[in-house]
Design a protein around this ligand. Structure first.
Ligand code: BTN
Length: 246
């Protein structure tokens, strides 16, 4: 992993470039990094603010042989790797809001976007995108997200060398990815839960079908979110737009 790093000053989105490279047979572990994205994208078709120089905008091509239904576990794996690196490397303790947001004090520090290409129940490739706010001052974020976004610099009061941070992330990811392939999801689950946002607390949850209040119990052996409502009804969620009202 990281043997083949493609570095671009400016791209529309490292995700788009990674898909192109993957379709042209780029090997497992190919990494695309850009200083700037003009059309950075987030989950649920949102825009991802990614201006020049301040952040890490990176996509990794993975070619695992496990079944496609396990691909969401890669998102949780990546979130735990980022949490681990932010803690060890920068001395901050982020929290992971299921499935993939890294927060400090409820503000977003980094996000992960996993895109799967599969055929006949086999993964062709995965593009794992990571967007990390590193050296952003508060006022470089658009005004409407200044209260929702933060950066490693804002949390630590110092600027960080982007290259060294990328290297640490790639090395840590490689180690954890191999562990995951060999041993399965159990260690990822433990690590994820050590950083879980509002674990054990009651939050407002909203899916496409309904809204309710439930206590977050943790994650399942496959990475799904387990919650329990006020009547003791347990639900296992595979995708939910969670509202954190209280
Ligand atoms: C989210 O939280 O919604 C996910 C954000 C993912 C952003 C990263 S930045 C690198 C890669 N390229 C993109 O266009 N998006 C991902």
């Amino acid at each position: 992993l990281g043997q083949n790093v493609i570095h671009k000053p400016s791209v529309s989105s490292t995700q788009i470039l990674a898909h192109q490279q993957a379709q042209e047979d780029a090997p497992h572990g190919t990494v695309i990094v850009a200083d700037e994205q003009t059309k950075g994208r987030g989950r649920l078709n949102r825009t991802w603010h990614s201006q020049k120089g301040d952040g890490i905008w990176m996509s990794i091509i993975l070619r695992p042989t496990f079944e496609p239904h396990r691909s969401p576990q890669i998102t949780l794996l990546a979130a735990t790797v980022l949490a681990e690196v932010f803690k060890r490397h920068c001395g901050i303790k982020p929290q992971i809001k299921w499935p993939n947001d890294l927060l400090t004090d409820g503000k977003k520090l980094a996000g992960i976007l996993t895109e799967l290409q599969a055929e006949q129940d086999q993964i062709t490739y995965i593009v794992l995108g990571m967007g990390i706010n590193v050296n952003h001052d508060r006022d470089v974020f658009p005004e409407d997200i200044q209260n929702q976004a933060t950066s490693i610099k804002q949390e630590t009061g110092e600027s960080w060398a982007i290259g060294a941070l990328i290297q640490d992330i790639l090395q840590t990811f490689e180690k954890r990815y191999e562990e995951f392939i060999e041993e399965g999801f159990s260690k990822v689950k433990l690590r994820w839960e050590a950083f879980g946002y509002r674990l054990g607390e009651i939050v407002d949850i909203k899916t496409h079908q309904r809204s309710w209040s439930a206590r977050i119990l943790g994650i399942e052996h496959d990475g799904a979110l387990k919650v329990c409502d006020e009547d003791g009804q347990v639900d296992i969620l595979y995708s939910a737009e969670i509202q954190w009202g209280r």
